[in-house]
Design a protein around this ligand. Structure first.
Ligand code: MN
Length: 472
């Protein structure tokens, strides 16, 4: 079992206060969970130390690691919120309660729901630190999934593949996302998993040999051009992403060039383009495969230059060129931002940090904008009486809600009950409202509805009906 010191050792220069906090949380959790066992038969506390270590691996601070140690204490062993607050303060209580609440959202297993579920998770978390703890928790649960009863395995692995891995990816934690996917893949799609495994086994050593040779030549060429302090390595595509790619390319494995990619990490952006020039000057690039994600970052903030070249010995290799910063950002995403502390040692709210850092080169502007607008500012989550989640733009009306459920409902809405009270059609709905639509056969859209509708879907339906009426 990991000791408190094992976890602390992973951290990058922790303060005395952080060390003391982690030790205290460690002892507290060990005592609280002392009678509890996991499916594996080992003490439950092992799960908490592993979750805490995952958080330390992600570069999280003492508060986050302590919250990781305590994350199951309210739900599983009945420690009261008051006790957590008294012993560890408001911030850690907030994180622990956030993780507990996330646990109550149930995965329903239909694709249509997953996007809403994902958004709901984020909305519920408010503070993405909660989500990061949940991801660290899930990573350990996935690593021990083979001990869990079979029926539960499928559900947990499905939820991981459909919700947690995409969420990690969405927030730029690519490494974690890959780990979760590859752990879940064999449980969710055992047949496909076997196929991919066989394929890569056959291919991988062959490709790896060629890549090693190519890797040497690249280093030589770059050294000649005075590009120093480069770090070159190669990464093997994860089995699950290979599977997704095969689906996309309709099974043409030979067309997948990036099973193994050569990564060149340099000091600054200028060197990235210089290296691209050198590579293209030495080896012939495949047309149409050059992607400049530095000039045009991916929506999740990923930056790098990708090109695919003929190595001259009959093989094709993808080369990725990026700076160290971009590389860290690509592997750890959101988590890499949270390593930051201000001078006083006080941790500022990291979302505010992100917003303030809007113009840094570190994160693409798109990413921050979409983070703010999609998840935190411009969307609300409203419920049907059955508990289904409807995701709407902020300030949406009951009319938007009705059209999101069904066009017939929108076309004949006459009023609504919001949280059990009658409400007019121009009401601005709020996060968490439960809405019941009241319809009348004689009701139909009017010009006025357009003034308080927010969704394009509602507006489109209303306009088309107004058109029909005016043509009569
Ligand atoms: Mn847990």
């Amino acid at each position: 079992m990991l000791t408190a010191q094992d976890i602390i050792n992973v951290m990058n220069s922790p303060t005395d206060a952080e060390v003391a906090l982690i030790k205290k949380a460690y002892d507290f959790a060990q005592e609280a969970h002392k009678d509890q066992k996991r499916f594996t038969g080992e003490p439950y506390f092992v799960h908490l130390t592993e979750t805490a270590k995952n958080l330390a691996d992600l570069g999280m601070n003492g508060t986050m690691i302590a919250a990781g140690l305590l994350h199951d204490s309210i739900e599983d062993v009945g420690v009261t919120p008051q006790t957590i607050e008294k012993e560890f303060g408001k911030e850690i209580l907030f994180l622990v309660e956030g993780v507990t609440k996330l646990g109550t959202v149930k995965y329903r297993g239909t694709t249509q729901h997953n996007e809403s579920m994902r958004k709901l998770f984020v909305a519920m978390s408010q503070d993405l630190r909660v989500l990061i703890i949940k991801l660290a928790d899930r990573l350990h649960n996935m690593r021990t999934l083979h001990h869990v009863p079979e029926k539960k395995q499928k559900r947990i692995a499905g939820e991981t593949l459909e919700i947690y891995a995409p969420l990690a990816y969405r927030f730029g934690m690519r490494k974690l996302s890959r780990q979760l996917e590859d752990l879940a893949f064999p449980f969710v799609l055992p047949e496909e998993y076997k196929k991919i495994q066989q394929f890569t086994k056959k291919k991988q050593s062959e490709i790896e040999d060629r890549l090693k040779k190519f890797y040497k030549s690249v280093r030589k060429v770059l050294a000649k051009e005075d590009i120093i302090s480069v770090q070159t390595d190669y990464r093997v595509k994860s089995l699950y992403s290979l599977h997704k790619k095969i689906l996309k390319k309709k099974g043409e494995l030979e067309k997948i060039y990036d099973i193994i990619a050569l990564r060149i990490i340099v000091n600054d952006v200028g060197d990235c383009y210089k290296v691209l020039g050198i590579i293209h000057g030495t080896w012939r690039p495949l047309p149409g495969r050059i992607k400049d994600y530095i000039a045009f970052p991916k929506p999740n903030g990923y930056r790098s230059i990708h090109t695919t070249i003929f190595t001259g010995d009959g093989s094709i290799v993808e080369v990725q060129i990026k700076t160290k910063e971009m590389h860290e950002q690509a592997e750890f995403g959101i988590a890499s931002h949270m390593k930051y502390k201000d001078g006083s040692g006080k941790k500022t709210h990291w979302i505010q940090e992100l917003v303030q850092q809007e113009n840094t080169s570190y994160l693409s502007k798109n990413f921050i904008t979409s983070l703010k607008s999609d998840f935190l500012k411009e969307r609300i989550f409203v419920f049907t009486p059955k508990g289904d989640v409807i995701d709407l733009p902020i300030d949406s009306s009951p009319i938007d809600f009705a059209y999101s459920v069904h066009s017939d409902l929108g076309d004949h809405i006459s009023g609504a009950h919001v949280n059990g009270k009658f409400s007019s059609l121009d009401r601005k709905l709020k996060n968490g409202d439960i809405v019941v639509v009241i319809t009348k056969a004689s009701s139909h859209p009017t010009q006025k509805w357009l003034d308080f509708c927010k969704t394009t879907m509602a507006k489109r339906h209303i306009r088309s009906i107004l058109d029909k009426i005016s043509k009569k």
